[in-house]
Design a binder for this molecule. Structure first.
Ligand code: AMP
Ligand code: ZN
Length: 480
């Protein structure tokens, strides 16, 4: 295998040969979820994209420290306070509830947990220290108990906008009055520390006021604490590039004098009806609603591993639109690939191969080394599936050694790198098979106008937590 990993680096606007700071080791930080509501499928796509990247780096024999934070303080203080009053809950109870929910969803998608999952509220002291350092360097100022980063002063020596490609003049002309802007010297300045208003429940003492840290600062504090002043990879969704990541670059440079990250990776958005999936617009579907089929958007329930496979069929830097038609097509592809994986266990090897197995398995690496090109990898895996079927039908042959190689690499790429599971492994298969039989019996009853039996089956299934939906095309089911 002679191809080498190339990664698209937002900082350079180009694909680059990947070279870690320390050979064989990688520090990777990914912005985690805000845990004051359920994660939607768009959030999940970003975390699945970086899980795939993490898995491929591990498969490439790197020792990876993967840090992904939990945003449980800072910019969502006001929302937490509002919800708390309505729900009569403690803020940390909300945080706990949605953190547990997030972990459950990540588990269903077969995402590896990160090596470290720091919470912002556990790193207030570190954040205060960075504010002090930036104040000492003269690149921040205190105003009415809050501390702001002085963007224009920073920009005199450095380039604010180097990551996102924005120009400070354009940003200045585009700004309108913002809340609390009177405290700032410039509308571009962002809070490192915010003084808490009386209604704020989550607050910490600091040299400037009882308050809370700025959102951008959380990530700077937690990434550098666990990975060093400069580390290899920082990831997040494309929508975080500006201002969040731009501010992280500025804070890192202001506090240590060094660029904090060598490779900035941005995963693209999941859309629904052509619009970004987003909590604020309500254009979302929750993972649970998708797995149970209990939603008005999709025609039936989809298994988490099928949803993951669907996401893997798109490049992580491409926009992906979510629809029943696209998922159904993926489900067919998934079944084809899983059948081939099962066949691979039973086909017999011989003395020689009628196709180039090594070229095929090397193409798996070539795809992933080209900026984690999973759609090309999946296409090559389908090529392999076609060969497996030909071997089975006697149209092609494979040597024993090549069969071992194909088994090893296909398992590695399907299960370890793409993180796909068989339905057996995820426990869905037997129920699917049993439900096929039950729905078949119910169909027969309906054809004989035996409505009593048909309704009995539907009602008893409902008691058991399984909902049957009837339509012109037939019946589908979903479980709670
Ligand atoms: P948040 O909890 O809002 O900070 O978002 C967590 C992660 O989900 C961030 O990396 C966002 O960039 C990402 N994200 C939010 N909406 C979408 C979407 N529609 N598609 C993909 N990623 C998203
Ligand atoms: Zn972040």
């Amino acid at each position: 295998m002679d191809s080498q990993l190339h990664i698209y680096n937002t900082l350079k606007g180009d694909k680059e040969l990947f070279k870690p700071i320390t050979e064989g080791q990688i520090g990777m930080y990914v912005c985690g979820p805000t845990v004051y509501s359920d994660v939607h499928l768009g959030n999940c796509r970003t975390f699945i994209s970086f899980d795939m990247i993490y898995r491929y780096l591990l498969h490439s024999n790197y020792k990876v420290r993967y840090v992904r934070n939990i945003t449980d303080a800072g910019h969502l203080e006001a929302s937490l306070a509002g919800k708390t009053r309505l729900d009569q809950l403690e803020p940390m109870e909300i945080v706990q509830k949605y953190t547990v929910g997030f972990h459950d969803v990540m588990g269903m998608f077969n995402n590896h947990p990160p090596s470290i999952e720091p919470a912002a509220t556990g790193h207030i002291i570190e954040q205060i220290e960075i504010v002090k350092t930036i104040l000492d360097k003269g690149l921040a100022y205190e105003s009415n108990g809050s501390v702001y980063f002085d963007v224009e002063k920073f920009n005199k020596e450095e380039n604010y906008g180097e990551l996102s490609g924005r120009k400070i003049e354009d940003l200045l002309s585009g700004t309108r009055d913002l809340d609390g802007q009177d405290e700032k010297r410039s509308p571009l300045d962002f809070a490192l520390w915010k003084k808490a208003s009386d209604s704020h429940i989550m607050r910490w003492p600091s040299p400037w006021s009882d308050g809370f840290p700025g959102w951008h600062l959380e990530c700077t504090a937690m990434s550098t604490k666990y990975l060093g002043d400069t580390f290899d990879i920082h990831g997040g969704g494309m929508d975080l590039k500006f201002p969040h990541h731009e501010c992280e670059v500025a804070q890192g440079k202001a506090s240590t004098g060094k660029s904090p990250v060598n490779y900035w990776l941005h995963a693209n958005m999941l859309t629904l009806n052509g619009q970004k999936m987003s909590k604020s617009t309500g254009n979302t579907i929750l993972p649970g609603e998708l797995f149970s089929g209990d939603n008005d958007i999709m025609d039936k329930a989809y298994h988490p591993t099928v949803v993951r496979f669907f996401m893997m069929q798109a490049h992580y830097r491409s926009i992906l639109d979510f629809s029943s038609a696209a998922l159904t097509a993926s489900e067919k592809g998934f079944t084809k690939l899983m059948n081939a994986m099962a066949e691979l266990e039973s086909v017999a090897g011989g003395s020689d191969s009628s196709f180039e197995v090594k070229d095929l398995t090397e193409s798996f690496y070539a795809a992933m080394n080209d900026d984690f090109n999973t759609p090309v990898l999946v296409a090559r895996l389908f090529d392999a599936a076609t060969w497996i079927n030909k071997i089975k039908s006697g149209e092609a042959s494979i040597s024993n050694a090549d069969l071992e190689l194909l088994k090893k690499e296909m398992k590695a790429f399907v299960f370890d790198v793409l993180g796909i599971r068989t339905l057996d492994a995820s426990g869905g298969n037997e129920l699917d098979a049993a439900m096929d039989i039950v729905l078949e019996l119910r169909k027969n009853a309906r054809e004989q106008k035996d409505w009593g039996t048909s309704d009995l089956i539907r009602d008893r299934l409902k008691d058991a937590g399984i909902t049957v939906k009837d339509s012109a095309e037939g019946s589908t089911w979903s479980s709670n």
